[in-house]
Design a protein around this ligand. Structure first.
Ligand SMILES: [Zn+2]
Length: 262
């Protein structure tokens, strides 16, 4: 059995999948925000409840060696999270970025299951991205492959501050809170998303870009953005498909469980 845990800013969810990818357990609890030891204990309790099996955990950040970096759940930063979880659970734990887990889930048996190259994007509290090639997550030498949300937003320079310390990151224009702040103006959002994804298509040229997170529920994204992105892409025809996540909010936790398939 594989156990996946998705550590989010407001909730922690755990599932267990059997060998055919069917869910046999699911539970969620509120995230003990700001409380590192409480976060480790909450995950340990969920995993114990899920039963025996390999454990994968998706986190809103990355592991730099033994320590967490780039986490917007900032109470994790600089902590030896994997070691502490393994000590609490007495089993080996695999940890990856939550956007990578999302992209992996959708590439294994979701919207990108027939694609060789999948770019997964979470348009939620932030704007995360992950790259999966032939059903393998691309991590990169700096462990930041796919971190498109902290690229400068093409064509915008409002000076919007980002939690990462830079200004005008893609995330400050395309995250859920940014969409709300801009009055849920969909025409403007379509145009900005087309521009930001055009950059990705020119570099990665994926068959599928799959969207998750709260903003991804706006159905017009999937018809309008592909009409707009052509002018930013270095090709007369664009075969890339923009698709909603098959597993919706469950993609992250499923991808964490699939970390043991790689
Ligand atoms: Zn940023």
């Amino acid at each position: 059995m594989r156990i996946g845990v998705d550590l989010g800013g407001t909730k922690i969810e755990a599932i267990a999948l059997d060998e055919r990818g069917r869910e046999t357990f699911r539970k969620r609890v509120p995230t003990p925000r700001g409380d590192y030891d409480g976060t480790v204990s909450a995950i340990a309790a969920l995993v114990q409840a899920a039963g025996e099996g390999n454990v994968g955990v998706g986190i809103p950040g990355a592991m730099a060696g033994e320590l967490v970096k780039n986490a917007n759940s900032n109470w994790l930063i600089g902590r030896p999270f994997r070691r502490d979880l393994e000590n609490a659970l007495r089993r080996e734990v695999r940890i990856d970025n939550d956007a990578n887990c999302f992209a992996l889930s959708e590439a294994v048996d979701g919207a990108g299951k027939d694609a060789r190259i999948v770019f997964g994007v979470i348009l939620g509290t932030g704007a995360g991205g992950g790259i999966v090639v032939r059903k393998q997550v691309i991590e990169g030498v700096n462990r930041i492959a796919g971190e498109w949300g902290h690229n400068p937003m093409p064509g915008e320079a409002d000076g919007r501050p980002c939690y990462c310390g830079r200004k005008d990151c893609v995330e400050t224009y395309l995250s859920g809170p940014a969409f709300e702040r801009d009055g849920r103006d969909l025409a403007r959002y379509h145009e900005r998303l087309a521009r930001a994804l055009g950059v990705v298509i020119n570099i990665l040229d994926p068959e599928v870009i799959v969207l998750g997170g709260g903003v991804s529920k706006e159905k017009s994204l999937y018809t309008e953005v592909p009409k707009l992105w052509g002018r930013y892409i270095f090709s007369r025809t664009v075969a890339t498909r923009l698709l909603p996540a098959v597993y919706g909010d469950a993609s992250g936790v499923r991808g964490a469980a699939w970390l043991w398939d790689e």
